[in-house]
Design a protein around this ligand. Structure first.
Ligand SMILES: O=P(O)(O)OC[C@H]1O[C@H](O)[C@H](O)[C@@H](O)[C@@H]1O
Length: 299
């Protein structure tokens, strides 16, 4: 690999692309096409993504932090719509893309940004989980901001149904003082209260374990997470569902690559297509979902 700003590297069992650009530093894992670090210059090269201090870099296991890509189903297989459930052959949580090895397709470098494209195509391995042919492309455009676009191309002769999420882990210096703006007057499904539909008024805050699927009114939404230290702005497109998650005290004790106090310093905003917002793709059709993240110091 011969590039000005990118080099191939490794973290324990996993191959990575390390980017050292004048505007940012970043680390992308080939497993899962998972970005685990995006540290922009204007944020003093601190990570704008949360990465678990006890993250492990093992083959076949998603790393706790950054942006795992959940595909072609989100969450527990049995919580997906019937058409998706039917096609799942090995019901691993959040699908198989996050633990599969992706291939590097292209890197484009400039002094303003770096674009890295990774692909995952159907194989004997993927067919053990899901019986369809597909091409999945994750394109990261990194500069002052982080932009991730995930494109699914249906190369099968049948229509496919799938759900997905860009499972973004974000940092906070105080979870109880963190507020998410932009979901006022929407509804959410509360996964911790018998999947009941509830209204959202005002901003979202965290006072206990939180696991909610918001159903937004429009497919291009901007959410703003304000923490005492910084403001994270997340723009999503082609997604009307967003998952908000924090495991809080009890669940933290049972999570892999997670320490009991980590819940105080992280939360997830997951740009998604789940439940009624899941995707149906005809043969040869493609679908793109994307998110853009920026970080500024809070005033
Ligand atoms: O531990 P994982 O399989 O990575 O899942 C972590 C979390 O992901 C999502 O946010 C789900 O809504 C949660 O229910 C789940 O606990």
């Amino acid at each position: 690999m011969k590039y000005a700003f990118c080099q191939q590297s490794g973290l324990h069992q996993l191959d990575s692309i390390q980017i050292d650009h004048p505007l940012f530093k970043a680390t992308l894992l080939l497993q899962g096409a998972q970005i685990i670090e995006f540290s922009p210059l204007h944020h003093h090269f601190q990570n704008a993504l949360w990465l678990s201090p006890s993250a492990e870099y093992n083959k076949g296991e998603s790393v706790r932090g950054g942006i795992p890509i959940c595909w072609p189903w989100f969450g527990a297989a049995d919580k997906n719509p019937e058409a998706i459930r039917q096609s799942i052959q090995r019901p691993v949580a959040h699908g198989f893309a996050r633990s599969s090895l992706w291939q590097l397709k292209e890197i484009k470098e400039s002094c303003h940004q770096i674009e890295v494209t990774l692909i995952l195509t159907s194989s004997d391995n993927s067919r053990q989980y899901w019986p369809y042919d597909f091409e999945l492309e994750a394109r990261f455009t990194l500069g002052r901001r982080l932009h991730l676009q995930l494109t699914t191309l249906n190369t099968d002769h049948r229509s496919v149904n799938y759900s997905q999420a860009l499972h973004t882990y974000l940092p906070t210096n105080s979870i109880s003082e963190t507020r998410i703006h932009g979901a006022h007057n929407s509804h959410y499904i509360d996964a911790l209260d018998q999947w009941q539909l509830k209204p959202q008024r005002g901003n979202i805050n965290f006072q206990g374990e939180t696991d909610r699927i918001y159903q937004l009114n429009i497919s291009a939404q901007t959410l703003r997470a304000v923490t005492p230290a910084h403001t994270l702005t997340l723009r999503q497109s082609n997604s009307r569902s967003v998952v908000i998650w924090n495991p809080w005290i009890e669940k933290s004790k049972h999570l892999s690559q997670f320490s009991p106090n980590d819940y105080k310093n992280m939360f997830c905003i997951e740009t998604a297509n789940v439940l009624d917002d899941a995707v149906i793709l005809a043969p040869n059709a493609s679908h793109k979902i994307s998110m853009q993240l920026s970080i500024e110091a809070s005033s």
